[in-house]
Design a protein around this ligand. Structure first.
Ligand code: NCD
Length: 354
């Protein structure tokens, strides 16, 4: 456990220890006020964020540590043309850990190659968001006791929703998890994630509305239609407002079903759901902060060794097929593999470079 690119990088033991520490912090936060005293978190947000950014900063401050960084790339040297590699090299001279959000897929993995301190992925484009998964898992485990034998509905923007992708990666390790994918055709779970479900024998079905499956569900994970991931305004407007959960619909749900949402919400959960005790999304945000405290504390104590020399550049004739992949802009990042292999940074297929 050095870099946290995806939560599923953690072994069962590492995750169980992290969860145990999280629950200790939730139950006795005053015992941790100096736990990271003297430590500095480098916080690099190349993309807007309220929750994750504030959550990490608050987590570090509640541990007695401090935070440096930026929440808008316009205030960093990126605007002067600095490479990701140089920024990371430099920040890892100052900070003890780095948390990073970047719109390019695979960016955190690429950054980790050049860092002499642990890098935590706080979201890389539509790819992964491991600490949101940590928030989701802490919520499920605290409120339900276990993630085994669970019917979970994932609703909304399954195409661009990185929180969904990370959560599915992690749920693979639990027993008898049944997945209901609730999304309009244009926002269906991408093929590479469907392949993941198949490869890991995770039973899933794709449905077109919440109503079709609501009474079956133990957990309903709602997500926002992500405007910023669309290329045209028209494409976004065609889907806006679809897949809404209301108090009326909640009448058909199980009495102990949990409604989760990574937030921010737009209108996919009506305001009249907020007072329902099954709506746990604000508690989920609080659990997320405690989970991040546990993660920062754990990483700050681990011995760390910088990765060895990294080969520079791409293998001739090969490139990642994903135009949002970090390897498309940071050309020095090593990319090796055969055409048809998965990209080591963003998981999409490698293709012929023409
Ligand atoms: C999510 C994200 O940024 O991926 N938010 C979060 O981190 N809590 C979901 C979203 O932006 O819709």
């Amino acid at each position: 456990m050095r870099h946290i690119i995806d939560l599923s990088d953690l072994t069962d033991k590492e995750f169980n220890d992290l969860y145990k520490l999280t629950t200790n912090i939730i139950d006795r936060p005053e015992g941790y006020v100096d736990a990271c005293r003297g430590k500095v978190l480098g916080s690099l947000f190349y993309e807007p964020s309220t929750r994750t950014n504030l959550s990490f900063s608050t987590a570090m401050m509640r541990l007695g540590g401090s935070v440096v960084g930026f929440s808008d790339p316009r205030s960093s040297s990126t605007t002067k043309g600095e490479t990701l590699k140089d920024t990371i090299n430099m920040v890892s001279c100052y900070a003890d850990m780095i948390v990073m959000r970047n719109p390019r897929e695979g960016a955190a993995k690429a950054a980790s190659l050049y860092s002499s301190v642990p890098v935590i992925n706080a979201g890389d484009g539509g790819h992964l968001h491991p600490t949101q998964t940590l928030a989701d898992m802490v919520t499920i485990l605290r409120m339900r006791g276990s993630a085994d034998d669970m019917k979970i509905g994932l609703c909304g923007d399954l195409k661009y929703g990185r929180t969904v992708h990370s959560l599915l990666h992690f749920l693979e390790r639990f027993h008898n998890v049944q997945v209901y994918l609730i999304a309009p055709d244009a926002l269906k779970l991408p093929d590479y994630m469907i392949s993941f479900l198949k490869e890991h024998n995770m039973p899933y079905c794709e449905v077109n509305s919440i109503d079709e499956v609501l009474p079956e569900l133990d957990v309903l994970y709602m997500t926002r239609i992500q405007r910023e991931r669309f290329t045209s305004a028209q494409e976004y407007e065609n889907l806006e407002g679809s897949y809404q959960l209301t108090a009326e619909k909640m009448k058909r749900a199980k009495k102990d079903m949990l409604v989760l949402h990574p937030l921010p919400r737009v209108d996919e959960i009506a305001q009249d759901v907020d007072d329902d005790p099954r709506a746990v999304y604000f508690r989920q945000a609080r659990f997320g902060m405690f989970g991040r405290m546990a993660l920062l504390l754990t990483l700050s104590k681990l011995p760390f060794e910088r990765a060895g020399h990294q080969d520079i550049g791409h293998e001739p004739g090969v490139r990642c097929s994903n135009h949002k992949c970090i390897t498309r802009t940071e050309l020095y990042v090593p990319l090796h593999g055969k055409i048809g292999d998965r990209c080591p940074y963003c998981d999409k297929l490698l293709e012929l470079d023409i």
